[in-house]
Design a protein around this ligand. Structure first.
Ligand code: AHM
Ligand code: MG
Length: 332
Protein backbone atom coordinates (compact mmCIF):
# COMPACT_ATOMS: atom_id res chain seq x y z
CA UNK A 1 0.00 0.00 0.00
CA UNK A 2 1.15 3.47 -0.83
CA UNK A 3 1.54 5.61 2.20
CA UNK A 4 -1.44 7.90 2.71
CA UNK A 5 -0.62 11.29 4.07
CA UNK A 6 -3.02 12.31 6.81
CA UNK A 7 -3.06 15.94 7.71
CA UNK A 8 -3.24 16.27 11.42
CA UNK A 9 -3.02 20.02 11.80
CA UNK A 10 -6.51 21.02 10.73
CA UNK A 11 -6.98 24.65 9.74
CA UNK A 12 -10.67 25.25 10.30
CA UNK A 13 -12.28 28.47 9.15
CA UNK A 14 -12.68 29.59 12.78
CA UNK A 15 -9.00 29.01 13.51
CA UNK A 16 -8.01 30.82 10.33
CA UNK A 17 -10.14 33.87 11.11
CA UNK A 18 -8.96 33.92 14.74
CA UNK A 19 -5.37 34.00 13.47
CA UNK A 20 -6.17 36.84 11.08
CA UNK A 21 -8.03 38.86 13.70
CA UNK A 22 -5.31 38.44 16.30
CA UNK A 23 -3.13 40.66 14.10
CA UNK A 24 -5.39 43.55 15.09
CA UNK A 25 -4.66 44.48 18.70
CA UNK A 26 -8.13 46.03 19.15
CA UNK A 27 -9.82 42.80 18.12
CA UNK A 28 -12.09 41.33 20.77
CA UNK A 29 -13.15 38.21 18.94
CA UNK A 30 -16.47 39.74 17.87
CA UNK A 31 -15.84 39.18 14.20
CA UNK A 32 -14.93 35.53 14.77
CA UNK A 33 -18.14 35.02 16.72
CA UNK A 34 -20.19 36.70 13.99
CA UNK A 35 -18.56 34.54 11.35
CA UNK A 36 -19.22 31.33 13.24
CA UNK A 37 -22.93 32.19 13.16
CA UNK A 38 -22.79 32.80 9.42
CA UNK A 39 -21.02 29.45 9.05
CA UNK A 40 -23.79 27.78 11.02
CA UNK A 41 -26.36 29.22 8.61
CA UNK A 42 -24.35 27.91 5.66
CA UNK A 43 -24.15 24.41 7.15
CA UNK A 44 -27.89 24.42 7.69
CA UNK A 45 -28.59 25.49 4.10
CA UNK A 46 -26.11 22.91 2.82
CA UNK A 47 -27.88 20.15 4.69
CA UNK A 48 -31.34 21.39 3.67
CA UNK A 49 -30.38 21.72 -0.01
CA UNK A 50 -28.85 18.23 -0.04
CA UNK A 51 -32.06 16.59 1.08
CA UNK A 52 -34.41 18.92 -0.77
CA UNK A 53 -35.37 16.35 -3.40
CA UNK A 54 -36.02 13.66 -0.81
CA UNK A 55 -37.96 15.91 1.49
CA UNK A 56 -40.29 16.77 -1.35
CA UNK A 57 -40.94 13.20 -2.46
CA UNK A 58 -41.17 11.24 0.76
CA UNK A 59 -41.27 13.86 3.52
CA UNK A 60 -38.25 13.41 5.75
CA UNK A 61 -38.75 12.43 9.38
CA UNK A 62 -39.54 15.49 11.47
CA UNK A 63 -40.52 17.51 8.45
CA UNK A 64 -44.06 16.26 8.02
CA UNK A 65 -46.42 18.85 9.23
CA UNK A 66 -49.38 17.54 11.24
CA UNK A 67 -51.52 20.51 10.33
CA UNK A 68 -50.96 19.57 6.71
CA UNK A 69 -49.51 23.00 6.05
CA UNK A 70 -47.40 23.37 3.01
CA UNK A 71 -43.71 22.98 3.79
CA UNK A 72 -41.80 26.19 3.89
CA UNK A 73 -39.92 26.96 0.73
CA UNK A 74 -36.19 26.49 1.14
CA UNK A 75 -35.36 30.13 0.55
CA UNK A 76 -37.81 31.27 3.21
CA UNK A 77 -36.51 28.65 5.65
CA UNK A 78 -32.88 29.55 4.94
CA UNK A 79 -33.64 33.21 5.51
CA UNK A 80 -35.21 32.50 8.90
CA UNK A 81 -32.22 30.43 9.95
CA UNK A 82 -29.77 33.17 8.96
CA UNK A 83 -31.77 35.97 10.59
CA UNK A 84 -32.06 34.05 13.87
CA UNK A 85 -28.42 32.96 13.87
CA UNK A 86 -27.24 36.51 13.14
CA UNK A 87 -29.41 38.12 15.82
CA UNK A 88 -28.44 35.52 18.43
CA UNK A 89 -24.76 36.12 17.73
CA UNK A 90 -25.20 39.38 19.65
CA UNK A 91 -22.79 40.99 17.20
CA UNK A 92 -25.16 42.43 14.60
CA UNK A 93 -26.99 45.69 14.32
CA UNK A 94 -28.73 45.88 10.92
CA UNK A 95 -29.59 42.96 8.64
CA UNK A 96 -30.50 43.26 4.98
CA UNK A 97 -31.73 40.12 3.27
CA UNK A 98 -32.87 39.61 -0.28
CA UNK A 99 -35.90 37.84 1.19
CA UNK A 100 -37.10 40.77 3.29
CA UNK A 101 -38.44 43.98 1.87
CA UNK A 102 -37.30 46.02 4.88
CA UNK A 103 -33.99 46.02 6.72
CA UNK A 104 -34.15 44.49 10.23
CA UNK A 105 -32.81 46.56 13.12
CA UNK A 106 -31.62 44.36 15.97
CA UNK A 107 -33.02 45.13 19.47
CA UNK A 108 -30.57 47.03 21.69
CA UNK A 109 -30.20 44.05 24.08
CA UNK A 110 -28.84 41.84 21.28
CA UNK A 111 -27.05 44.53 19.37
CA UNK A 112 -23.47 44.49 18.12
CA UNK A 113 -21.35 46.56 15.73
CA UNK A 114 -21.76 44.66 12.47
CA UNK A 115 -24.27 45.07 9.64
CA UNK A 116 -24.78 42.02 7.45
CA UNK A 117 -26.20 42.15 3.92
CA UNK A 118 -26.99 38.76 2.44
CA UNK A 119 -28.84 36.58 0.00
CA UNK A 120 -29.51 33.40 1.97
CA UNK A 121 -30.28 31.18 -1.02
CA UNK A 122 -29.36 32.58 -4.38
CA UNK A 123 -30.28 30.83 -7.61
CA UNK A 124 -33.18 29.01 -5.98
CA UNK A 125 -34.81 28.28 -9.35
CA UNK A 126 -32.03 25.68 -9.73
CA UNK A 127 -32.97 23.63 -6.66
CA UNK A 128 -35.67 21.49 -8.22
CA UNK A 129 -33.22 20.10 -10.76
CA UNK A 130 -30.40 19.55 -8.23
CA UNK A 131 -28.12 22.22 -9.69
CA UNK A 132 -25.76 24.27 -7.51
CA UNK A 133 -27.04 27.22 -5.48
CA UNK A 134 -25.34 29.50 -2.98
CA UNK A 135 -25.40 32.03 -0.15
CA UNK A 136 -23.79 35.47 -0.55
CA UNK A 137 -22.91 37.89 2.27
CA UNK A 138 -21.19 41.17 2.99
CA UNK A 139 -20.28 42.76 6.33
CA UNK A 140 -20.11 46.46 7.23
CA UNK A 141 -19.40 48.20 10.53
CA UNK A 142 -22.09 50.48 11.98
CA UNK A 143 -21.03 54.09 12.64
CA UNK A 144 -22.76 54.51 15.96
CA UNK A 145 -24.10 51.36 17.60
CA UNK A 146 -26.55 53.39 19.65
CA UNK A 147 -28.00 55.18 16.63
CA UNK A 148 -28.07 52.76 13.70
CA UNK A 149 -29.64 54.18 10.53
CA UNK A 150 -30.23 52.85 7.04
CA UNK A 151 -27.21 54.88 5.90
CA UNK A 152 -25.03 52.36 7.73
CA UNK A 153 -25.88 49.81 5.05
CA UNK A 154 -26.27 52.20 2.12
CA UNK A 155 -22.49 52.41 1.89
CA UNK A 156 -20.30 51.89 -1.17
CA UNK A 157 -18.95 48.38 -1.56
CA UNK A 158 -15.39 49.57 -0.98
CA UNK A 159 -16.35 50.10 2.69
CA UNK A 160 -17.08 46.41 3.24
CA UNK A 161 -15.05 44.83 6.04
CA UNK A 162 -15.51 41.35 4.70
CA UNK A 163 -17.49 39.41 2.14
CA UNK A 164 -17.96 35.85 1.08
CA UNK A 165 -20.15 33.21 -0.43
CA UNK A 166 -20.95 29.59 0.17
CA UNK A 167 -21.45 27.34 -2.82
CA UNK A 168 -23.65 24.28 -2.40
CA UNK A 169 -22.24 22.33 -5.31
CA UNK A 170 -20.63 18.96 -5.84
CA UNK A 171 -18.83 19.95 -2.67
CA UNK A 172 -19.75 22.68 -0.23
CA UNK A 173 -17.27 25.55 -0.32
CA UNK A 174 -17.07 28.79 1.58
CA UNK A 175 -14.97 31.55 0.02
CA UNK A 176 -14.10 34.50 2.25
CA UNK A 177 -12.12 37.70 2.31
CA UNK A 178 -11.67 39.78 5.44
CA UNK A 179 -9.71 42.38 3.54
CA UNK A 180 -6.41 40.64 2.85
CA UNK A 181 -6.64 38.10 0.07
CA UNK A 182 -9.29 35.48 -0.54
CA UNK A 183 -9.35 32.01 0.98
CA UNK A 184 -11.49 28.97 0.23
CA UNK A 185 -12.70 26.41 2.77
CA UNK A 186 -14.31 23.08 1.94
CA UNK A 187 -16.87 21.48 4.24
CA UNK A 188 -15.70 18.13 5.55
CA UNK A 189 -19.08 16.46 5.98
CA UNK A 190 -17.70 13.94 8.51
CA UNK A 191 -16.35 16.70 10.76
CA UNK A 192 -18.99 19.30 10.00
CA UNK A 193 -16.14 21.80 9.70
CA UNK A 194 -14.95 24.02 6.87
CA UNK A 195 -11.24 23.31 6.32
CA UNK A 196 -8.84 25.61 4.50
CA UNK A 197 -8.31 24.07 1.06
CA UNK A 198 -7.65 27.10 -1.17
CA UNK A 199 -5.08 29.45 0.34
CA UNK A 200 -4.82 32.98 -1.08
CA UNK A 201 -6.86 32.50 -4.26
CA UNK A 202 -5.75 34.66 -7.20
CA UNK A 203 -7.91 34.87 -10.30
CA UNK A 204 -6.01 34.13 -13.55
CA UNK A 205 -4.99 37.42 -15.18
CA UNK A 206 -6.85 36.48 -18.34
CA UNK A 207 -9.42 33.78 -19.07
CA UNK A 208 -11.04 31.88 -21.91
CA UNK A 209 -14.61 31.74 -20.61
CA UNK A 210 -17.50 34.21 -20.62
CA UNK A 211 -20.65 33.70 -18.62
CA UNK A 212 -23.90 35.50 -19.36
CA UNK A 213 -27.57 34.91 -20.14
CA UNK A 214 -27.14 35.06 -23.90
CA UNK A 215 -30.91 34.84 -24.41
CA UNK A 216 -30.98 38.56 -23.67
CA UNK A 217 -28.56 39.35 -26.51
CA UNK A 218 -31.19 41.00 -28.68
CA UNK A 219 -31.46 43.76 -26.07
CA UNK A 220 -27.73 44.28 -25.48
CA UNK A 221 -25.69 47.31 -26.42
CA UNK A 222 -22.81 46.89 -28.85
CA UNK A 223 -20.10 46.82 -26.19
CA UNK A 224 -21.72 43.92 -24.35
CA UNK A 225 -22.11 42.04 -27.62
CA UNK A 226 -18.38 42.38 -28.25
CA UNK A 227 -17.28 41.00 -24.85
CA UNK A 228 -16.78 37.44 -26.07
CA UNK A 229 -14.36 38.47 -28.83
CA UNK A 230 -10.80 39.01 -27.56
CA UNK A 231 -9.22 42.26 -28.72
CA UNK A 232 -6.19 40.43 -30.16
CA UNK A 233 -8.39 38.66 -32.70
CA UNK A 234 -7.95 35.20 -31.12
CA UNK A 235 -10.93 32.87 -31.14
CA UNK A 236 -13.99 33.85 -29.08
CA UNK A 237 -14.27 32.79 -25.46
CA UNK A 238 -16.26 29.68 -24.49
CA UNK A 239 -19.69 30.12 -22.95
CA UNK A 240 -20.48 28.64 -19.52
CA UNK A 241 -23.65 29.67 -17.70
CA UNK A 242 -25.21 27.87 -14.75
CA UNK A 243 -27.70 30.63 -13.91
CA UNK A 244 -26.61 30.51 -10.25
CA UNK A 245 -24.47 33.54 -9.56
CA UNK A 246 -22.40 31.80 -6.89
CA UNK A 247 -21.55 28.88 -9.18
CA UNK A 248 -20.80 31.14 -12.14
CA UNK A 249 -18.66 33.52 -10.07
CA UNK A 250 -16.83 30.66 -8.34
CA UNK A 251 -15.85 29.15 -11.67
CA UNK A 252 -14.77 32.58 -12.89
CA UNK A 253 -12.61 33.06 -9.78
CA UNK A 254 -10.85 29.70 -10.16
CA UNK A 255 -10.61 29.39 -13.96
CA UNK A 256 -10.61 33.05 -15.00
CA UNK A 257 -12.72 34.87 -17.58
CA UNK A 258 -15.77 37.11 -17.24
CA UNK A 259 -19.11 36.83 -15.53
CA UNK A 260 -21.63 39.47 -16.53
CA UNK A 261 -25.20 40.53 -16.04
CA UNK A 262 -25.32 43.66 -18.17
CA UNK A 263 -27.90 46.39 -18.41
CA UNK A 264 -29.92 46.09 -21.59
CA UNK A 265 -32.82 47.78 -23.37
CA UNK A 266 -35.36 45.94 -21.21
CA UNK A 267 -33.49 46.09 -17.88
CA UNK A 268 -31.64 49.40 -17.63
CA UNK A 269 -30.03 48.31 -14.35
CA UNK A 270 -29.47 44.66 -15.16
CA UNK A 271 -30.88 42.16 -12.69
CA UNK A 272 -28.48 41.60 -9.83
CA UNK A 273 -28.81 43.42 -6.52
CA UNK A 274 -26.11 45.87 -5.53
CA UNK A 275 -25.86 45.25 -1.79
CA UNK A 276 -25.88 41.48 -1.44
CA UNK A 277 -24.98 40.20 -4.92
CA UNK A 278 -22.87 42.75 -6.82
CA UNK A 279 -20.87 44.18 -3.88
CA UNK A 280 -19.71 40.97 -2.15
CA UNK A 281 -18.72 39.36 -5.45
CA UNK A 282 -16.97 42.52 -6.67
CA UNK A 283 -15.10 42.78 -3.37
CA UNK A 284 -13.90 39.17 -3.64
CA UNK A 285 -12.86 39.69 -7.27
CA UNK A 286 -10.76 42.74 -6.43
CA UNK A 287 -9.18 41.01 -3.42
CA UNK A 288 -8.27 38.10 -5.72
CA UNK A 289 -6.60 40.42 -8.26
CA UNK A 290 -9.53 40.76 -10.65
CA UNK A 291 -11.84 43.69 -11.35
CA UNK A 292 -15.53 44.54 -11.25
CA UNK A 293 -17.04 47.19 -13.54
CA UNK A 294 -20.63 48.36 -14.01
CA UNK A 295 -20.26 49.50 -17.61
CA UNK A 296 -19.69 53.04 -16.28
CA UNK A 297 -17.54 52.80 -13.16
CA UNK A 298 -15.80 50.60 -10.62
CA UNK A 299 -18.60 48.56 -9.05
CA UNK A 300 -17.37 49.06 -5.47
CA UNK A 301 -17.71 52.85 -5.85
CA UNK A 302 -21.47 52.64 -6.33
CA UNK A 303 -23.50 54.16 -3.51
CA UNK A 304 -26.85 52.37 -3.25
CA UNK A 305 -29.89 54.58 -2.65
CA UNK A 306 -32.17 51.76 -1.63
CA UNK A 307 -31.35 48.39 -0.10
CA UNK A 308 -32.68 46.38 -3.06
CA UNK A 309 -31.14 48.50 -5.86
CA UNK A 310 -29.83 46.69 -8.92
CA UNK A 311 -26.80 47.29 -11.08
CA UNK A 312 -25.31 46.06 -14.29
CA UNK A 313 -22.09 44.12 -13.59
CA UNK A 314 -19.04 42.77 -15.43
CA UNK A 315 -16.53 41.02 -13.22
CA UNK A 316 -13.59 38.68 -13.55
CA UNK A 317 -10.00 38.48 -14.77
CA UNK A 318 -8.04 41.73 -14.70
CA UNK A 319 -7.15 41.81 -18.40
CA UNK A 320 -10.59 40.74 -19.58
CA UNK A 321 -12.29 43.52 -17.61
CA UNK A 322 -9.72 46.00 -18.96
CA UNK A 323 -10.90 45.07 -22.46
CA UNK A 324 -14.53 45.60 -21.49
CA UNK A 325 -13.72 48.99 -19.98
CA UNK A 326 -12.01 49.93 -23.25
CA UNK A 327 -15.09 48.84 -25.23
CA UNK A 328 -17.31 51.07 -23.10
CA UNK A 329 -14.88 53.99 -23.21
CA UNK A 330 -14.76 53.75 -27.02
CA UNK A 331 -18.57 53.72 -27.24
CA UNK A 332 -18.96 57.00 -25.31
P1 AHM B 1 -32.49 35.12 -7.58
O1 AHM B 1 -31.91 35.99 -6.50
O2 AHM B 1 -33.94 35.37 -7.82
O3 AHM B 1 -32.15 33.67 -7.38
O4 AHM B 1 -31.82 35.62 -8.94
C1 AHM B 1 -30.43 35.75 -9.01
C2 AHM B 1 -29.90 34.78 -10.01
C3 AHM B 1 -28.41 34.69 -10.00
O5 AHM B 1 -27.98 33.63 -9.19
C4 AHM B 1 -28.09 34.45 -11.43
O6 AHM B 1 -26.81 34.96 -11.76
C5 AHM B 1 -29.17 35.16 -12.16
O7 AHM B 1 -30.25 35.26 -11.28
C6 AHM B 1 -29.63 34.45 -13.38
O8 AHM B 1 -30.61 35.20 -14.01
P2 AHM B 1 -31.21 34.78 -15.43
O9 AHM B 1 -32.11 33.62 -15.16
O10 AHM B 1 -31.95 36.00 -15.88
O11 AHM B 1 -30.07 34.44 -16.33
MG1 MG C 1 -30.44 36.39 -5.39
Amino acid sequence: HAAVAHRTDLMTITRHVLNEQSKHPESRGDFTILLSHIVLGCKFVCSAVNKAGLAKLIGLAGETNVQGEEQKKLDVLSNEVFIKALISSGRTCILVSEEDEEASFVEPTNRGRYCVVFDPLDGSSNIDCAVAVGTIFGIYMVKDKDKPTLDDVLQPGKNLLAAGYCLYGSSCMLVLSTGNGVNGFTLDPALGEFLLTHLDIKIPKKGKIYSVNEGNAINWDESTAKCKFPKDGSSPKSLRYVGSMVADVHRTLLYGGIFMYPADKKSPNGKLRVLYEVFPMSYLMEKAGGQAFTGKQRALDLVPENIHDRSSIFLGSYDDIEEIKALYAAAE
